[in-house]
Design a binder for this molecule. Structure first.
Ligand SMILES: Cc1cc2nc3c(=O)[nH]c(=O)nc-3n(C[C@H](O)[C@H](O)[C@H](O)COP(=O)(O)OP(=O)(O)OC[C@H]3O[C@@H](n4cnc5c(N)ncnc54)[C@H](O)[C@@H]3O)c2cc1C
Length: 436
């Protein structure tokens, strides 16, 4: 009998599989698609390397340790990728990265700057949960929300700060207020505001990591899981490729698939997980002549600037060898929770909007389109009250020993979050198997 059957070969399922296999367990991974990796998809086209999903991974010590264990070398982002721009009134303005540059930056008005400097004197909220919008307006003011936090939330969640919970979506920031009473004081004490680490990818793109993880596992592709039942001390799993018996099952598929697979285990939990909203995202890849964009990571566009693009990454400047020598590769994001209808626009309409806005913002004459990807359900939104989903996952696991849930809708949306979570989930599975 299989010790652990893992449903879904995204980064969450694959990294978990690697830990469990290393512990000597008999692990099988079933994936419904022809290619493993879930959101992590890389293609090569006309000399370009296109990331259709995640572009960069913010690797902290734990992620670096994981990569070392699986024997894969990261490709680090180039030095110029440290410069990030925000679009404001026709210009790309570098995001200030130090107190001095903040004070001199044209990104904020004088009153906007003074409002930010008041932050250490603002008392913590007595409310149990706030949206990111409420939290940031209260602590740092509307300008900071519009020109820094809003674009950042677009970049990470393709999300709407009005809807997302500060406690669940940006837990670190929430905890700074809880621990230090102020974000600025907390950041000074901890010497950082955001999570630390280095931006990485891999030679030939992020799918190189997926391939390496998949190769080391007993992975069956094009084998969708259709039904999971508990029978005495084991699980019976019906999949396209047959029937499997396992001591433990981990569902590492998105919430909608998890909801479907849970219907015979807990009808009520199945109904609740189905409510999790994933924002849609359109990703366009385009090429322009080398030299027609400034050095940097790319730029984000605040929603108050009324553009359709959410942001543009200068992908060929972030990592080496992503484009032919005389070309720049741009990755453009549209849609998200603040503009979801873009997902249904015709290709031609999307291309013409992108071309118009790129020509307005950058000094480019000609834009060549390489690819368009529609993610109908791209990124789970950690909205107000999200704690109920996390509680439910915990209760479900307690009531059904041997059944585990993981994935980006539970333990954080970044690839690094998924890798870090795999250590904890592996420990839970290991503890369970030691008891049976
Ligand atoms: C457009 C986009 C850009 C992003 N950019 C970044 C970024 O720059 N940096 C970053 O860190 N993160 C980024 N992310 C987020 C990150 O990529 C994801 O959160 C992460 O890859 C999710 O991994 P996962 O394994 O939890 O889920 P998934 O990748 O969704 O994997 C789940 C797997 O389960 C499979 N599956 C589903 N149902 C079944 C079934 N019944 N049977 C068998 N298999 C099944 C699916 O086919 C899939 O392969 C981005 C995401 C998107 C969509």
């Amino acid at each position: 009998m299989i010790d652990v059957l893992i449903v879904g070969a995204g980064i969450s399922g694959l990294s978990l599989g690697v830990h469990l296999k290393r512990e000597g367990f008999k692990v099988k991974v079933l994936e419904k698609e022809e290619i493993e990796g879930g959101n992590i998809k890389t293609i090569k086209k006309d000399g370009f390397i296109l990331e259709l999903g995640p572009q960069t991974i913010l690797a902290d010590k734990k992620v670096e340790e994981f990569l070392q264990d699986v024997g894969i070398k990261p490709q680090y982002a180039q030095e110029q990728a440290k410069i990030r721009y925000i679009y404001k009134k026709g210009k790309l303005i570098p995001l200030p990265m130090s107190p001095i540059s903040f004070l001199t930056s044209p990104l904020f008005s004088l009153s906007g700057k003074l409002r930010v400097l008041k932050e250490p004197f603002i008392r913590p909220s007595i409310k149990t949960e706030e949206s990111i919008q409420e939290f940031v307006i209260r602590r740092l003011g509307k300008e900071f929300l519009d020109y820094v936090v809003g674009p950042f939330i677009s970049g990470v969640y393709a999300g709407d700060p009005k809807e997302l919970s500060v406690k669940y979506a940006v837990r670190r920031v929430y905890e700074l207020e809880q621990r230090f009473g102020s974000l600025i004081k907390g950041a000074i004490k901890l010497k950082a505001l955001g999570p630390g680490g280095r931006l990485i990818s891999f030679e030939d793109g992020n799918h190189t990591l997926i391939k390496r993880l998949g190769e080391s596992l007993d992975l069956e592709k094009e084998n969708v899981v259709l039904r999971i039942r508990k029978k005495e001390a084991k699980f019976i799993v019906d999949a396209k490729g047959g029937k499997y018996e396992a001591k433990a099952v981990v569902i590492s598929a998105p919430a909608t698939s998890a909801s479907y697979l849970l219907r015979e285990i807990s009808w009520s939990a199945s109904q609740v997980f189905d409510q999790i909203y994933y924002a849609p995202v359109v990703v366009v890849h385009a090429s322009v002549d080398r030299g027609s964009v400034p050095p940097g990571f790319g730029f984000l566009i605040p929603r108050v600037e009324n553009k359709k693009m959410l942001g543009v990454l200068f992908s060929s400047q972030i990592f080496k060898d992503r484009a032919p020598e005389n070309k720049e590769l741009l990755t453009i994001y549209m849609g998200g929770a603040t503009d979801p209808e873009v997902i249904d626009y015709e290709d031609e309409k999307i291309f013409s909007l992108v071309e118009k806005e790129l020509k307005e913002i950058l000094s480019v004459n000609k834009v060549e389109f390489l690819n368009l990807t529609r993610w109908k359900r791209a990124i789970p939104q950690y909205t107000l009250g999200y704690g109920k989903y996390l509680e439910l996952a915990k209760t479900l696991e307690e009531e059904n020993p041997g059944l585990f849930l993981t994935g980006n809708y539970l333990y954080g949306v970044s690839v690094a979050d998924c890798i870090r979570a795999s250590y904890q989930v592996a420990q839970k599975v290991k503890d369970f198997l030691a008891r049976v």
